[in-house]
Design a protein around this ligand. Structure first.
Ligand code: ADP
Length: 275
C-alpha cells in the first residue's frame, strides 16, 4: 500500500478551530497532564461521569494548543466507514469523502471520541493503529495509509459508571491510552462555575451546589448516577428565566435523573429543605 502524506493545507478545517478562550476552571493538574501527553503523542482517555466538564475541557485544550477539534459522538450504529470515509455518488461521478477521523488525521486536529464504549468493538479497532508508534490510519477502500502529522492527537471519553459486560472497553483498547480521571468539581469551584454559566447570585449558586452534593450522596440508595454539574447549570438557567427555584430544581434535577417516584420524592425533599 502507498504511504500518503498528510494534506493539512488542503482541508477546510477552520470551522473546527476554537478562536475564543472557552471558560474552563481547572480542578487539578489536568491541563498540564494533557499538554505533556500531547507533546509525547500519547492518546488520552478522559474518565468520568456525564456532565462533569470533559467536553468543556477538550474545547479548552484545543483552544490552548491551537488545534482544530473534531468531536465524534459514538453510538452503536457507528461504523468504521463512518469514521474513515466512503465513496459518494455525485451526479455521474463517484467521489471519495473523508470521514471525521481521517479528516482529523490529515489536518493534524485533535479528534475526540465522546462516550467511546457506545461504539461497537469492531468499529473501535480502526483507532488502534493511530494509538501506537505507527500513528497511521489505513484507508482500505482507497488502498492507502495516511500517516498522522505530529500535531494530531486522539482522545476519548469514557464513563466508568455505565460499566457493564456488554459495554466495556476492551483491555487491548484501554491500554492504548493514558487515563485522566474527572469528577464533579469540588463545591467551591462548582459554585463558581454555576454562577458564571447561569448568572444566578452567589447564594443561589451555593444552594444549587449543596442540593447537587446531597443528591450525589444518594447514589448508594439506588440512583444510577448523581446529578451532574450540567443539570445544576440547567436549574440555574431556569431560575434566571423566572421559574420558581424549587420547581426549576425539580425540572432540572429530580425529574431527569430518575423515573423512580420514591427516589424523586426523596430528592424533592432535599430540594425543599435547601432551596
Ligand atoms: P461532559 O463532557 O463531562 O459530559 P460537559 O463538559 O458538557 O460534560 O460539562 C457540562 C457543563 O458543566 C459545561 O457545559 C460547563 O458549563 C460546566 N463545567 C463543568 N466543569 C467545568 C469546569 N471545570 N470549568 C468550566 N465549566 C465546567
Amino acid at each position: 500500500m502507498a504511504m500518503k502524506c498528510a494534506l493539512s493545507e488542503e482541508l477546510p478545517v477552520d470551522e473546527y478551530l476554537i478562536t475564543e478562550e472557552p471558560y474552563y476552571v481547572p480542578v487539578g493538574n489536568e491541563v498540564e497532564i494533557f499538554i505533556a501527553a500531547y507533546r509525547n503523542k500519547l492518546p488520552v482517555n478522559l474518565k468520568g461521569p456525564t456532565g462533569c466538564g470533559k467536553t468543556r475541557f477538550m474545547e479548552y485544550m484545543a483552544w490552548k494548543l491551537q488545534r482544530p477539534l473534531i468531536t465524534i459522538a459514538c453510538h452503536e450504529d457507528l461504523t468504521a466507514t463512518d469514521l474513515v470515509g466512503r465513496f459518494l455518488i455525485k451526479g455521474d461521478n463517484v467521489e471519495w469523502s473523508d470521514g471525521p477521523l481521517t479528516k482529523a488525521v490529515k489536518s493534524g486536529a485533535i479528534c475526540y471520541l465522546d462516550e467511546v464504549v457506545e461504539a461497537r468493538k469492531d468499529t473501535i479497532v480502526v483507532i488502534h493503529p493511530l494509538t501506537d508508534d505507527r500513528r497511521i490510519i489505513p484507508i482500505d477502500k482507497l488502498g492507502v495509509i495516511v500517516k498522522a502529522p505530529d500535531e494530531f492527537m486522539l482522545s476519548v471519553s469514557y464513563n466508568p459508571g455505565y460499566q457493564s459486560i456488554v459495554k466495556d472497553m476492551k483491555q487491548s483498547t484501554r491500554q492504548r491510552f493514558v487515563a485522566v480521571e474527572f469528577d464533579y468539581p469540588p463545591a467551591d469551584l462548582e459554585k463558581q462555575i454555576v454562577a458564571h454559566e447561569t448568572h444566578v447570585d452567589e447564594q443561589t449558586a451555593a444552594r444549587l451546589v449543596e442540593i447537587g452534593q446531597s443528591i450525589r450522596n444518594f447514589k448508594h440508595h439506588g440512583l444510577e448516577e448523581g446529578v451532574s454539574t450540567r443539570l445544576l447549570i440547567y436549574a440555574g438557567k431556569l431560575i434566571q428565566e423566572g421559574i420558581e427555584a424549587k420547581e426549576a430544581c425539580r425540572i432540572a434535577m429530580s425529574q431527569p435523573i430518575t423515573d423512580n417516584q420514591d427516589l424523586q420524592k426523596s430528592i424533592d425533599e432535599i430540594i425543599a429543605a435547601i432551596m
